[in-house]
Every structure is written in structure tokens, then in C-alpha cells.
Ligand binder design. Structure first.
Ligand code: COA
Length: 374
């Protein structure tokens, strides 16, 4: 086998500059445009954070009222997009639905030149929750829903359409916090994909579609869904304790643990964990929180590995009544603000992204005629 390349996976290499976030920087932790994640989740809303990322500053009162109004108006789905969504089978993974939905939107509302890139970003951010919930209600219940709602927040809008009932303020705030935690995170795989796509001067819909495809995998955004499937295999703390140890002995990866950048903790974990615990108090199945705690304890003891943001997101979303396959689409909705901000940042100071490679193939190969090949 070829010797593994030093710095494989581009780990630790600086691939560009950003003013959008710091991820685990000494003395800074996780910040969006200089604001600590702890402050943002405590004091702001997801819409305010999206504005911060996309427009470069926190909105003043008037700007914020106007922005929320704009996002509300952008929730409507074009009829042709509804027709496409209604044809996607119930068995399809919701991430594939989002990927198709975003791409179709690019056919119906092409970006053209980049003069209105902020409007394009806001439109995609606002319509993705409508795409997800429209398809869900259509494929699962045969309904043709109106996706304009009066909810001020994307969290409230999403939950009300998904569950066809009015969420509580606590539920809305929990979802809102999760979207803030997911909003931005440096040059992670999906964001780097979006930037690479943007560096070719491609359109915003292509960049976001490519990023959705990248987020889908279980080593990235798909970890929240994979973590839930694992947690649900266990019926008690003891069961989880034994089961995780067996998985570790079998050299299995435990989803929702470890991180490519953080080495001691993921600062989003304590925020999400606190919400999971809070929601568990009124949940039908609070045991899921206890099992999660046990898994976290075993992972610390056995591997000295910490939970990343996706681990307790799984139980928190479960307590909110969100079907497991829709966990990663919520990551998409949050991260779209960061992806689009990165696309704009890349465009503002662009050079096509084109790294070099180390060739490990044969030195030279002798041509063999097709009839003589084995
Ligand atoms: N479960 C068990 N062991 C793990 C682990 C996990 N979740 N994450 C890392 N490890 C182990 C690896 O097996 C490896 O051990 P080794 O040196 O004995 O081979 C070591 O820790 C280093 O891990 P590695 O996969 O090389 O780290 P990475 O930086 O390449 O990958 C992740 C980071 C996030 C992809 C990885 O930790 C992972 O796959 N986690 C699970 C998926 C997940 O939660 N993804 C969401 C990230 S926010």
C-alpha cells in the first residue's frame, strides 16, 4: 500500500483567508465575525446571525424588521418546484430532496450575474425549509400545503409546517439555537466545497447544491442522523455501556464523537447538551438523554474522545418530534447562511482553487492492443 501522504485530507493546511469565523483558535474558541458562539446562542436569534454572516454586521432594529419581512416573503415555493417535489418518492432521503430542490430552484430562478447575490442567498436560505416541509407533507400525507406562514422565525416556520401544529416558544428557541450552532464553521468539507465551486465563478445555487451533497455523508453532517440510529439501539444506560465498549473493540467509529479541528472539546456541545437535557424533562422518552450521557462517559473513559455538536443534537431533535432523516436537512438550513457568506467572500477576492497532487501511479505504461489484453 502507498505510504499515507503527510497532511492527508488537507489537515492543518491554510487554504485561504476568512473574516467569517474562528474555529478552536487559542483564546478565541468558536466565533462568528468576532462574536462568541456562547453570546450568540444566548442573546441573538438565527435570523440575526444569518444577517451578521451575510451582511457583515449585526442589524439595527429597522434593518432587522425589514430582514425578517424579506425572509418571510421568500418562503413561497414556485409552482414548478412544487410539481417536482411532489414527484419525489416518500422513500427518498430528505437530503436528496434538498439537493434536488435547490438545484431546481436554480433552473427556475437562475442567478445570472452576481449583482443580487444577497437576495439569492436570502431566497435560498428562506425557501429550503419550505422545500423540505412541502415534500414531507406531500409524500407522507398526500397534502399540498401553503408554505407562507406568519412565523417570525425560521425555527417556528419549520416546526409548524413539519408537524402541522403550533410549536411552543421553548421548542422554537431550541431549534433556533441549533441553527445558530450549525450556521458557520470555517473551512469544513461542505464549506470548502462551496468555496471551490464559487472559485470557478459558478452560480450560488450550484455552490449550495454541491455543499448539500458534501454535508450528506456520515463523517460530516450525516453524523447527527447516524448518532440517533446508534443511540436508539440501546434500551438503558447499562445496555449502552456494554454496547459501546463492544463497538470500540470491533474498531467501529462512534458517530457524534471526535473532530478534525478541536482536540479537547467542541464548544457547541455544552450548549446543545443543555438544550437536550431541558427538552428531555417533558419528553415521552427521556431515557434517550440518559443513554446519550452514558455513551459520552464511556467515550471519554475508553478513548478520551469528546462529543461533537452532532451528538446531543440527535436527542434534542428527537425530543422536538423531528423524524431522524430530517436531522441533517436542519444542519443544511443553518449552514446555508455560512455557505452563502463563504461564497460571497470567495467571490470578493477570488482565485480558482486548484491544489497540487502527488502522483503515485506507474512511471510509464506500455500500450497493449485490446485483443491482447487479459
Ligand atoms: N469513534 C471511534 N474512534 C474515533 C472516532 C470516533 N468517533 N473519531 C476518531 N477516532 C479515532 C480514530 O479511529 C483514530 O484512531 P487511530 O489513530 O487509532 O486510527 C483517531 O481517533 C483519529 O481519528 P481520525 O479519524 O484520524 O480523525 P480525523 O480528524 O480524520 O476525523 C472525524 C475526524 C470527525 C471525521 C472523526 O472523528 C469521525 O469520523 N467522527 C465520527 C463522525 C462524526 O461525528 N462526524 C461529525 C463531525 S462534526
Amino acid at each position: 500500500m502507498t505510504k499515507k501522504l503527510e497532511g492527508a485530507g488537507l489537515r492543518g493546511q491554510v487554504a485561504g483567508q476568512t473574516a467569517l469565523s474562528t474555529v478552536g483558535k487559542e483564546g478565541k474558541g468558536l466565533t462568528y465575525r468576532g462574536y462568541a458562539i456562547e453570546t450568540l446562542t444566548e442573546k441573538s436569534s438565527f435570523e440575526e446571525v444569518a444577517y451578521l454572516l451575510l451582511y457583515g454586521k449585526l442589524p439595527n432594529q429597522d434593518e432587522f424588521v425589514h430582514y425578517k419581512q424579506k425572509l418571510k416573503q421568500f418562503r413561497k415555493l414556485p409552482n414548478d418546484l412544487k410539481l417536482v417535489l411532489a414527484k419525489i418518492p416518500k422513500s427518498t432521503h430528505p437530503m436528496d430532496v434538498l439537493r434536488t430542490g435547490c438545484s431546481m430552484l436554480g433552473n427556475l430562478e437562475p442567478e445570472g450575474d452576481f449583482k443580487n447575490q444577497n437576495d439569492t442567498a436570502d431566497r435560498i436560505l428562506s425557501v429550503l425549509p419550505s422545500i423540505m416541509t412541502y415534500w414531507y407533507r406531500s409524500s407522507h400525507f398526500g397534502e399540498d400545503i401553503e408554505t407562507l406562514t406568519d412565523h417570525d422565525t425560521i425555527g417556528g416556520h419549520f416546526l409548524s409546517l413539519l408537524t402541522n401544529s403550533e410549536p411552543s416558544d421553548e421548542q422554537i428557541k431550541a431549534l433556533d439555537t441549533s441553527l445558530i450552532c450549525y450556521a458557520e464553521h470555517g473551512f469544513n468539507a461542505s464549506t470548502f466545497t462551496a468555496r471551490t465551486c464559487a472559485s470557478t465563478l459558478s452560480d450560488m445555487h450550484s455552490c449550495i447544491t454541491a455543499a448539500i451533497g458534501t454535508l450528506r455523508g456520515p463523517l460530516h453532517g450525516g453524523a447527527n442522523e447516524a448518532a440517533m440510529e446508534m443511540i436508539e439501539q440501546f434500551s438503558s444506560r447499562d445496555d449502552a455501556n456494554v454496547g459501546i465498549k463492544v463497538m470500540l473493540e470491533n474498531k467501529e467509529k462512534i458517530m457524534g464523537f471526535g473532530h478534525a479541528v478541536y482536540s479537547n472539546e467542541d464548544p457547541r456541545n455544552k450548549i446543545v447538551k443543555a438544550w437536550s437535557e431541558r427538552l428531555s424533562k417533558t419528553a415521552k422518552n427521556p431515557i434517550i438523554y440518559e443513554i446519550s450521557e452514558e455513551i459520552e462517559k464511556v467515550m471519554k473513559e475508553e478513548k478520551n474522545l469528546f462529543a461533537n455538536t452532532d451528538f446531543y443534537m440527535a436527542s434534542a431533535y428527537n425530543f422536538l418530534g423531528i423524524p431522524t432523516p430530517i436531522f441533517t436537512p436542519l444542519f443544511v438550513i443553518g449552514r446555508t447562511s455560512g455557505w452563502a457568506a463563504n461564497v460571497m467572500e470567495q467571490r470578493a477576492d477570488n482565485r480558482i482553487i486548484r491544489p497540487s497532487e502527488e502522483y503515485v501511479g506507474p512511471d510509464s505504461a506500455e500500450w497493449i492492443d485490446i485483443k491482447d489484453r487479459v
